[in-house]
Design a protein around this ligand. Structure first.
Ligand code: HEC
Length: 131
């Protein structure tokens, strides 16, 4: 049977020869898994996710820089948060990993540039400085 590259999660078949895939393996894979599907009710799936595929990647970049925590409710406590990577990853690494995430597992969004990440990082810094 022929392998349909669109259907096979690239990390599972060992396609980790891109910079973005390497950042993903090191920083995101533990929670969102190698096929991008996450874990039900704990880690959101990145495959086919509208936040991931948004035309404008600003909020996506912001999320990776600053992290996020779902509000806890009585029936669904949310002890696990999306960590902030702004202190750990360079603008280049964030551009690479988001370009990777936006182009795999059936996602088809445009690449994220270093400039776009730099702009959001600057905006985040200004907000922090104002507080
Ligand atoms: C420790 C586990 C963990 C790691 C590591 C992690 N995430 Fe997350 N991620 C989460 C959790 C939990 C959420 C949900 C948070 C929320 O909704 O507030 C989330 C949410 C997201 C979302 C938003 C999805 C949506 O539907 O809004 C994206 C995109 C995302 N993560 C991408 C990444 C990327 C890219 C990396 C690596 C740079 C990464 N995550 C690393 C746990 C993790």
């Amino acid at each position: 049977m022929a392998v349909d590259a669109e259907q096979v999660p690239p990390l599972r078949i060992g396609q980790i020869d891109s910079a973005g895939a390497r950042v993903y393996l090191n920083s995101c894979n533990a929670c969102h898994r190698s096929d991008g599907t996450g874990a039900k009710r704990i880690f959101p799936s990145l495959a086919g996710n509208s936040a991931v595929n948004a035309d404008d990647p600003t909020s996506l970049i912001h999320l990776v820089l600053s992290g996020s925590r779902m509000p806890s409710t009585a029936t669904a406590p949310a002890p696990i948060a999306m960590p902030d990577f702004g202190w750990r990853l360079t603008n280049q690494q964030i551009a690479d990993v988001l370009t990777f995430v936006r182009a795999n597992w059936g996602n088809h969004a445009s690449a994220v540039s270093v400039d776009q990440v730099a702009k959001v990082r600057q905006a985040v810094r200004q907000t922090e400085a104002a507080n």
